[in-house]
Design a protein around this ligand. Structure first.
Ligand code: NAD
Length: 362
């Protein structure tokens, strides 16, 4: 098959460090399994702003649109200037312009890694294109505005179309897993907007008779996650609730450094760790690259399905397994998990484990 073109956008703060680490692992997988992948790099974020006046220049957006897959490092969106001075959020721009409507965020307890909640294996499926994120809600203009210096308003957008397609993505996933779907909303208060989301999600779920469906209000869900996260399988919710609950679930399972995620649409997909750019540990070789490594494995799996290329699925499974096996040894972990290894040394361990697994597989 033709070589698939992967665009790597390292991002800000720890972004370049964890991108280099994750790329080292996937390069090793490419070498070992002869994967049909080639990588291109482009600058976004603060470096790009300094050079071009834009955190994501049009040329990069165009390259992303023509790529087969994207690896996006975390961006310091909070530190950017306003949009009219070039500070566009690259993640939001790409999610919207490539219609990456499903943000798939798994959280699982990992053998041996200390976690508040053991035995968890859930996936939060977060709507990624509308909801409370008013900066990306409008065709023109922004959904957040100030009529006076003392009043700030934000518009929340919920559509039947986006609700239905995220519910379908969640149901398809639940069917392949433990066949349980939890719809999370605040429909008791936001009766129109979350009422619409709930109605559409329930109507889509009714087409999946094998999937058991429940509905939980978001505030109760925050409690249920702490009390008994192990009972959940697939959780579907709107944009901001999914963002917050997925951070909570990640922390229960060992921390943000382990929280991989995929932004997926029908034609494009983008690997992106769930965490931010972690300015507090930037440049110290202390960041845990696992979240981005797991995200890249999810991208490879998506590419394998889209292009019916088994080697990519094998690579995804091997990368996942190699990372889990390295994490099992406390002496091979990064500082956020109480271990002594730096970002790059950890990635080298994963690459070594990958080589061993590839050499010994049946
Ligand atoms: P953060 O997720 O960057 O950091 C929160 C805490 O988790 C920090 O203590 C950090 O050191 C730790 N942490 C995060 N990733 C880690 C890793 N890989 N290894 C070890 N520790 C890790 O959140 P923040 O500090 O609130 O945000 C920093 C910047 O990131 C802000 O500009 C924010 O807007 C942005 N942000 C971006 C994304 C994204 O690009 N997807 C997501 C969240 C926040």
């Amino acid at each position: 098959m033709r070589r698939l073109d992967i665009l790597v956008l390292p991002g800000d703060h720890i972004g370049p460090e964890i991108s280099a680490a994750a790329l080292g692992v996937v390069e090793e997988a490419r070498r070992l399994l002869d994967l049909p992948l080639e990588f291109r790099h482009a600058e976004i974020g603060h470096r790009s702003l300094e050079r071009t006046g834009h955190t994501i220049p049009d040329s990069v957006e165009k390259a992303a649109r023509s790529a087969d897959g994207i690896i996006l490092g975390p961006c310091d969106t909070y530190g950017y200037p306003p949009v009219d001075r070039g500070g566009v959020n690259p993640s939001a721009r790409l999610r919207l312009s490539l219609d990456l409507y499903a943000n798939i965020r798994p959280s699982r307890s990992i053998g041996g890694v200390p976690a508040v909640a053991p035995n968890v294996d859930l996936v939060i499926v977060r709507e990624n294109t509308e909801g409370f994120y008013a900066d990306r809600n409008m065709f023109a203009g922004a959904g957040e505005f100030m009529p006076t210096a003392e009043i700030a308003l934000a518009v929340r957008k919920v559509t039947a179309h986006a609700s239905r397609r995220i519910a379908r993505a969640a149901c398809d996933l639940a069917e392949k897993r433990r066949k349980k779907l939890t719809i999370v909303s605040k429909a008791n208060v936001l009766k129109l907007s979350d009422g619409l989301f709930l109605r559409e999600a329930q109507s889509v779920a009714a087409e999946y008779p094998d999937v058991a469906v429940e509905h939980i209000l978001v505030d109760a869900m925050a409690s249920h996650l702490v009390r008994s996260a192990q009972v959940f399988d697939v959780v579907v919710t709107t944009n901001m609730f999914g963002d917050i609950l997925s951070n909570q679930a990640a922390e229960l399972c060992g921390g943000l450094g382990l929280a991989g995620s995929l932004n997926a649409g029908d034609a494009h997909a983008m690997a992106q760790a769930a965490h931010g750019s972690a300015p507090d540990i930037a440049g110290q070789d202390r960041a845990n690259p696992c979240a981005l490594i797991f995200s890249v494995a999810m991208l490879l799996e998506w590419l394998a399905r889209r292009h019916t290329e088994k080697a990519l699925a094998d690579a995804a499974a091997l990368i996942d397994r190699a990372t889990l096996e390295v994490l099992a040894d406390p002496a091979l972990r990064t500082p956020d998990l109480g271990g002594p290894l730096g970002t790059q040394a950890f990635a080298k361990q994963v690459s070594g484990r990958l080589a061993h697994l590839a050499a010994t597989r049946p």
